[in-house]
Each structure stands twice: as structure tokens, then as C-alpha cells.
Design a protein around this ligand. Sequence first.
Ligand code: C2E
Ligand code: CA
Ligand code: CA
Length: 649
Amino acid sequence: MQNLLYFDICAIPIFLMILITVFVRKMTKGMTNRFFIALIVLSTIAAVSDVIMELACKTLPLSDTRLFVSDVFIYLYYVSRAGSVYIYFFFVFSITGTWYRVRPIIQKILCSIPFAAQLTLFAANPFTGMIFTVTAEDGYRRGGYIMLSYGISMMYALVGTLYLIWCRRLLRKQKLLSLISLYIFTAGAALFQFFFPHFLVEMIATAISFILVILFVLRPEEISDASVGSLSYRAYRTDLRKILMTKQRIQIAAVRFVNAYELRAYMGQDGYLNYMSHIIQQLNALFRKERVFFDIYYEDPANIYIIIEDTDYDVKECVKRFYGEFSRKSEKEVSASSRVIPKVCRIMLPDDLDDFDEIIRLGHEFADQMPPNQLYTDASEIMSSRDYLILSHMDIILNRAIQDRKFEMYYQPIYSFKRGKFISAEALIRLFDDEYGYVSPGLFIPAAERKGAILPIGDFVLEEVHKFISEHDLAELGLDYIEINLSVAQCLQEELPEKLAFLSEKYGVSPEQINLEITETTYENVSGVMDINLQVLSGMGYTFSLDDYGTGYSNMQRVSKLPLKMIKLDKSLVDDMRSDDGMLIMRNTVKMMRDIDKELVAEGVETKENLDHLESMGCHFIQGYYFSKPLSVKDFVSFVKRYNVGKGA
Ligand code: C2E
Ligand code: CA
Ligand code: CA
């Protein structure tokens, strides 16, 4: 019989191992983890007491010492056992993300009354012997009320199990089963032990279910982001789902660092993460001082989300104070040039939004909708903006547009200084939606790229431009060629040369009448296919422009190696000519590009002043509102006819 004791002795090293694991894996922060630690500690005490009690009975001679020892450890055993069932009850609320249900003080007191009654029974036992007695004559004897104590523990277990089943949708199946297993295993073992008191299997059963919990439920790699010392983005998504399912009212302060990518490039990955963890530490300190319940999550590299449980808490006021404090402090630590620019959007759940994908998207996109120097906004404000409305209906808009061929091509004339007239035009796509009106390509092109709808749009553009050239005699209009924007996806299409050859044949358009615009981001993704496409198309007689030069990380060496005829200087470079530095940069850029034999188009020229400067610097072509906005076919044709007529070649 005595051998059976070993089951429970085995439980002790298992508990200790779990405890060590918890600390090694740094699972010590947060309520859930702290409950779990309390559980293991209580269970270890119970197991140790259990074993000592048994050993005392078996080995010590019957004496007062033996009685005293077993007395003490029996109490320890009962209290820690009952305590762990009580703690596990709260652990269940914490792990399901529904802690708010028991957080109010009244709820906590109500949940604790049975446990308090249990403790009172234990405390009274020395005088009443209601639960057990230990005497020299009879040894250990159960008292009449032991069933009451068991009953209370069973009640906690039953309510806990039912609660887990009730909110089963909040947990994945394996997690749910692991959590319930603790109840099933211990209840089974306790029952077994009740009828066969010599089989000490209760603690080993608990130990096994703790192993399941640590393997399947508490996975720190899913929850915390060690690189910055906060909760992870994955945890944010999990917690957000739980909050939405339980319709809990909370607010989220979504923070977006609008210059995160530049900062990271400047500081290096390690420096950047250090800086982020410094910010997160400060946020932690701030909210702790504010005495609100909060959690901070980090999404590399540009987002932090703070979930605040108190919906009355004034986030806007707090943001203001944080900016004040933080910029003063960080002034000393980082140079002004490398300071983050955080923008904050407050989302009220579920009032503002109750859809998971929309909340995630808003967190990523709200900053794009804010004016440059505005730092705080409410979700409701962003969501009522026209761009946001369009973006959130982009799927419908794009499907509708592709199906009904709702697109139209506009043409923006390009002026040549040397020839004193317009020599080409850029084809720019337009979309007029029946419901939302004009939808800017700046909005729908990136969306179409993300959603994989860019190829049919690109095909439409190619076809329309070829049709335009075939229907209008370019030479008669005084134009040499039309520029077409190619998206990344189009450049990576193996059949692109075939497509162009087919259209060229069908519409009788020669490759010299087409110039293809690619962007730096396009050729950064150089793949074999793209290289081959550029080569083959150049061989066929098509020319290429590099679009938006000056917005990315321009690399002269790469520029000089690609088969590019023209460089299009981005509007931002032109706008910067207001300052002396900007002027200098433009002058040098033009000179440099001319030195490597590139032709230059300045985009977004709006003023006579800039036009004159660009001419004196040696820029070849001008595109911009100064001459004309993009025009419909009809307007464009009459515009160039009027201007180009009699201007010779
Ligand atoms: P982009 O290729 O850089 O086109 C130039 C943009 O600058 C056009 O905007 C044009 O209307 C605008 N622009 C030209 N001159 C001025 C000026 O003086 N002042 C100002 N403020 N703006 C000026 P748009 O048409 O809204 O197009 C935006 C972007 O959408 C384009 O930038 C291009 O990246 C993309 N896109 C437009 N059409 C197509 C297309 O057919 N295919 C592809 N793949 N992308 C397109
Ligand atoms: Ca372009
Ligand atoms: Ca451009």
C-alpha cells in the first residue's frame, strides 16, 4: 500500500519544474500569469503537506510530536487545496479575457463568500472537529462537515467548468480542453481518493493538467513581444476578438508612428527596438499612475495599441500630457532629427466599430487620413471622412468598376522646352462611381494592388491607350508618344511583351509611340521575369521612364544600369524648390541625370517661377497644372490641337 504514496511524491518535482519553466519563460507579468504562479505554489504546498502527513503517520512513533506534525500539515493541505480551487476559478475569468465580469468589488466579494465560509470551517475545526480530528487513539478521522467543505470546492469547479463551456467560443478547442481537463482530472482523482483513501493520486492528476495548461494555454511566445517588453500584435488580435465577442465596452488608443520606417532605417533595427521599448516603458508608467486598467501591444514597426478598460477615461487629455512629458524627456536622449511622430486615434468599442477587420484596418490607415500636423483624432471623425468611406467600400467599388468598365482614361500633356510645344502626355486612369462619385487613383490603385485586382485594370489601360492612338493621329496632334503607368504586378507578368505585341498589331500602334513608366519600388523587386521583360520590351522598341524619382531611396548606380530613357522628378522635389536647399538639390539632380544621358520630366509644376528655374537648370520636359490638369480625351485633343498647331516638329 505504501508504494502508492509515490504517485503524489512525483507530483512535487513536476510542480517545481513547472514553476521553473514559468520563470525561465518569463511568464510572470500580467494577471493570468500571476494567478497561474499562485496555483502552482498552492498545489506544491498541498502536495508537500500531503506527503509529509503520510510519512509522519507511517514513520514517526505515535507521540505528541507526530500528532502535532500531522495536525499542522493537514491544515496546510486543506487550506492550500481549497485555495487553489478558488484561485483557478478566477484564473478561468482571466484566461478567457472576461476578467471585467468579476472585477467590480461586489462581484469579487460574492465570488469569495463560499471560500471565506470554507476558511471559517477550517479555523473553527480545532474547537469543533467538524471537518476532521486527529487523536492518538483513532488517528485521522473525517468529521461530519467534511462534505460541506468538499461541496464548496466542487461548486467552484462546477461553476468554473460551466463558465468555460459557456464561453467556449473565446478559446480554441485545445485550450478549452486543457482548461477543463484540470477540473475533470482533479474531480475524478478526488472522488477516487475519497472512496479509496490509500490511493494518493489527487496531486499527480493536478500536476498533469497543469502540464497541459502550460503546453496548450499559456504560450508566452503568442502573448508577449520580448523585443520591446509589451504584449504582442498576435495577443492584440486574440484579445480584440474576445472583447468583440463578449461585447465588452472598452476604448483603444491606436498609436501609429508615421515615420517609423525612416527612423528604423536611420537607427538600425536594434536601436529602433530599444527606442520603442523605452516608449512602451514610459506609457506603462503613465497608465499605472492614472490607475486605469490597460494593456499595451506592439506591432512591428509602426503601431502600438493600448486597450483601456475604463470608457470614461479621457484619452485625448492623456495624449496631450504624454506628448508634453515625453518630448521633454526624449529631447535629451535622442536627437531631434530621429524623434518619432506618433499619431493617435481613439476607438470606442463597440460604439464606433464592432467589426474585427475594420478595427484592424483603421489602426493601420487612420494616420493617412489625418492632416500632417494633427496628432490626435477620434475614430468617428476619421470614419466620417470621404476617403475612409471610399476605402471601406473599395471591394464593392472595384468589382463594380471592373465589371461595368467604369474606368476612363485622362491625358495630361507634357511640354518640351526645346520644341516649345507639347510632345507627349501621361495616361492617367479615372474612376467615377455611381454611388461615391470620383474615386482618386491614389486610393484605388494601391487597394487594387493589395486585392489582386490590378491586372484587369492594367489591361484596360493598355487597351484604351492603344485604341486612343489608333483613333487619333499622334503626328497630326504634334505628339511623339503616350506614357503608360505600369504596376509592379504588370511588370512581373511573363506575358507582358506578348500582350503589348498583340495590342500593337491589333491597333496598328508602333512601340515608339508608347513610353512605359515604372517606379523605383517596382524595380527594387527585381526578379528574373522583370529583368527579362525590360530587356525584351526595350528590344522591341519600347522606352521606359522611372516614375516618382526622389520619393524612395534613390540609387544612382541602379538608375544608370537600367534601360531607362527618362527620369520623372517627383512633385515633392519640385515643391521643395521653395527653399535654397531644395533648389540646390534640384539643380544637382538635373545635372547628374543629364551627365548619364537621361531625359528629365519635372512633375507637378504649378508656377511660372518653378517653370523658369527648371528651364534654366536644363530640365527637358514639364508636366503639371501650370499647363494643364489631366483631361478627358475630347478636352485633351482640343487642348493640344489649339496649342500645338503651327508649332512644327
Ligand atoms: P503619378 O504616376 O505620379 O501621376 C502623377 C499624378 O500627379 C497624377 O495624379 C496627376 O494628376 C498629378 N499631377 C500632375 N501635375 C500636378 C500638379 O501640378 N499639381 C498636383 N497637385 N498634382 C499634379 P493622379 O491622376 O491622381 O494619379 C495618382 C497616381 O495613381 C499616379 O501617380 C499613379 O501612381 C497612379 N495611377 C494613375 N493612373 C494609373 C494607371 O493607369 N495605372 C497605374 N498602374 N497607376 C496609375
Ligand atoms: Ca506616372
Ligand atoms: Ca509620378
